[in-house]
Design a protein around this ligand. Sequence first.
Ligand SMILES: [Fe+2]
Length: 430
Amino acid sequence: MSSEVRFSLANKQQLIAQFLKVRQHSEIYCQPLEIEDYGLQAIADTSPVKWHLAHTSWFFETFILKTTEINFIPFNKHYEYLFNSYYNGVGEQFLRAKRSLLSRPTVKEVYEYRANINTRIVKLIESFDQVPDEVASLLILGINHEQQHQELFFTDLLYNWYQNPLLPSYQAQTADKINQGRSPQIAPIKWIAYPEQMTTLGVNNTDKFFVFDNETPQHKVYLQAFEIADRLVTNADFLQFIEANGYVSSDYWLSDGWTTVKSNGWKCPLYWFKRDGDWYQYGLNGVQPLNLGAPVSHVSAYEADAFARWSNARLPTEAEWEHVASKFEIKGNFVESGRLQTEKNEQPLEVKQLYGDVWEWTSTAYGPHPGFNPAKGAVGEYNGKFMCNQQVLKGGSCVTSSEHIRSSYRNFFYPDARWQFSGIRLARDL
Ligand SMILES: [Fe+2]
């Protein structure tokens, strides 16, 4: 749902059109796949494509049809257990790490499940003279939920394919993309200063536009004077860190980060490798020469933090990032560009690439905004129960939907996660 669409304007036709559009996109994104691709799951984090397709349908079935449809009968009584991700309020869940073992239902049956849920949701919405607020809210939540899983579709698929020495390509490499792959390093970072001041963080949950509960409520935050980098850290920047033995010296690393680097043997970002002395990067467009001018991606919060220390800088706090980004229009390299990879910066803005390309790690631990109040019932488990031990990321990536991002949006991952398009922007105290 576009963040600009007001609930008050969310009439039946708008809701149905947006629902069907997003549902269709999940299937359009699957078109380049072969049937064998649907079941891959390398690690617990990276769910199979088929599971994403089914789980997003389960969400609409469980949170809307089950409570609202007259004479509700589940599409399949076993699906509630198979495709419940983590909602304890709904019931037990099939083990996350074993989702690849679900060869049944088949891909064909999952597509039938999707079609069934689409038909029933549309019929339900059409049955109302005025869509009840609660149903409209859950439908819009389900649409945003499906967009989140569309992003996971890409990041999970990439990681799962990476296990295969054939390194499959999601889409063909065009001459344009290959040229991008050879773009040189770009201009040095410029620092943009912000004076100390009171600012607001988060948003209030009004009926103006959709936000996730974890973005609420709006509250005051005091910022010390700081400066922020006008662009993202590039692959060329990060290469200097590698060549300066950044992964070898413990000096720059948080204790947990150093333990993680040592135990995993990390020597570079995920998907980088060296062949005949040259660096390459694997991505959804296949293997390409390392794009020196593009933002570094697929680094953990530990690597981001170590790079920042090595650079005599630090990661921005969430409040700093949000304060800066809230002044800029939401434009950037999102999934709609079809490029599905990070790009060198070409924005004429004072602070560039705040949106799109890579999620930007912040130094802020993911926790509740003051006054946070999760929704009642099982759907309240959506965000709130993960507010421990994770870091906030901001701004969206090259596989995020442009309709899905805003300055208050809070993504969160464990600090050792690298399979998302996660990158680095530097900040400094003034
Ligand atoms: Fe989900």
